[in-house]
Design a protein around this ligand. Sequence first.
Ligand code: NAD
Length: 332
Amino acid sequence: MGRRYLVTGGAGFVGSHTVAALLDRGDAVVVLDDLSTGHRAAVPDGARLVVGALEDAAGVDALLSEGPWDAVLHFAALSLVGESMQAPYRYLATNLDNGVRLIAACVRHDVRRFVLSSTAALFGAGSDAPIDEEAAIDPGSPYGESKAMLERALLWAERVHGLRSASLRYFNAAGADPAGRLGEDHAPETHLIPLVIDAALGRRPELAVFGDDYPTPDGTCVRDYVHVSDLADAHLRALARLDQGSVRYNLGNGRGHSVLQVIEAVGRLCGRPVPHRIAPRRAGDPPMLVAASGRIMRETGWQPRFADLDGIVGTALAWREAHPHGYRTPPA
Ligand SMILES: NC(=O)c1ccc[n+]([C@@H]2O[C@H](COP(=O)([O-])OP(=O)(O)OC[C@H]3O[C@@H](n4cnc5c(N)ncnc54)[C@H](O)[C@@H]3O)[C@@H](O)[C@H]2O)c1
C-alpha cells in the first residue's frame, strides 16, 4: 500500500507546495483546512480536501480515525509576527491549543510521525552569523514563542509516547511552484517579495522600506529567502530521516539578501523600477536573519535548487503575472 499523509493547512502557501510534492511522488494526501487564510484552489488535484478547523476536536478525531497515516504534517497556524504582538494570548492559546490537541490525537490514533512547521522567529534578535540549530531559543514574539512551545510539546510526546517528529524552522519562504501550478496569496500580504512584485506591477502604492540605518551593508534588513519548493523537498527528506529518530532543522539558503537587493532584483526582472520610500524602522525587526542549514544537508542530502535570489523572484513573478488576483476570482 502507498504512503498516506494528513496535512493540516494544506490549502496555504507552504502546505500546498508540500502536498504537491507528496502527490508528485505518488503518495496519498488528505488536507484538513478551514480556508481561513488558504484557498480551495490551492489544494492540488489529487488531494482530498476536508474543510474543517483544528478547533473542532471531534472532527479532527474522526478524520484521524480514518488511518493508518504514515505521518501528520502540521502547517495550520496563526503566523503573523506583528499581529501576535497585538494579540499575544490569542496567538499563544490558538497555536498551542490546536497543536497540543493535534499531537495528543495523533498519539491516540497511533500516528508515529509528526512534522511541525516551525520558524526562524524562534531565534529572536538574531545575530550577524548564520544561525544553526545550536543557537539559543529566544523568541522575539508570541508567534515565535508558540512554535517554541510546540517544539517542546513534541519532545514530551516522544519521551512519553515515542512519537517521532521533525521541527522544520523555515526562514523566509518565497517563490512559487516552478511548473506554475501554485503560488503565494496571503491577505493581507506581509511577505516582502510579493509586496515588491505588486508595487512593481502597479498593483499597490509605493513600498515602504522600514529603516535604512541598520548595521548591514546597505542599511536595510537582511533575510534568508528560501524557495517554497525547496522547503517542500525538505519535508520529504525529513520524513524519510524520521526512520532514524526525531530531527530539528533550520531551513534557509544560507545567504542573506537585503530589502534593497530584493527591490533591485524585482525591478530588473520586471523591467521597471519599483516605487519605494524609506520609512522609520519597525519595532522588533532584527537586522539580519540567515540560516545555517548544514545539518539537514549532511543528514538528508538536501540542497536548495533555487540558491539565488533571481530564481526565487522569477518563479514568484511568473505566478503573480499569470494570476493577477491570486487564487481569487477577479471582480466582475
Ligand atoms: N511563510 C513563511 O515564510 C513561514 C516562515 C516560517 C514558518 N512558517 C510557518 O509555516 C506554516 C505555513 O505558513 P504559510 O505561509 O503557508 O501560511 P498560510 O496562511 O498560507 O497557510 C496556513 C493554512 O492553515 C489554514 N489554517 C489556519 N488556521 C487553521 C485552523 N485553525 N484550522 C484549520 N486550518 C487552519 C489556513 O486556512 C491556511 O490554508 C505556518 O505554521 C507558519 O507559521 C511560515
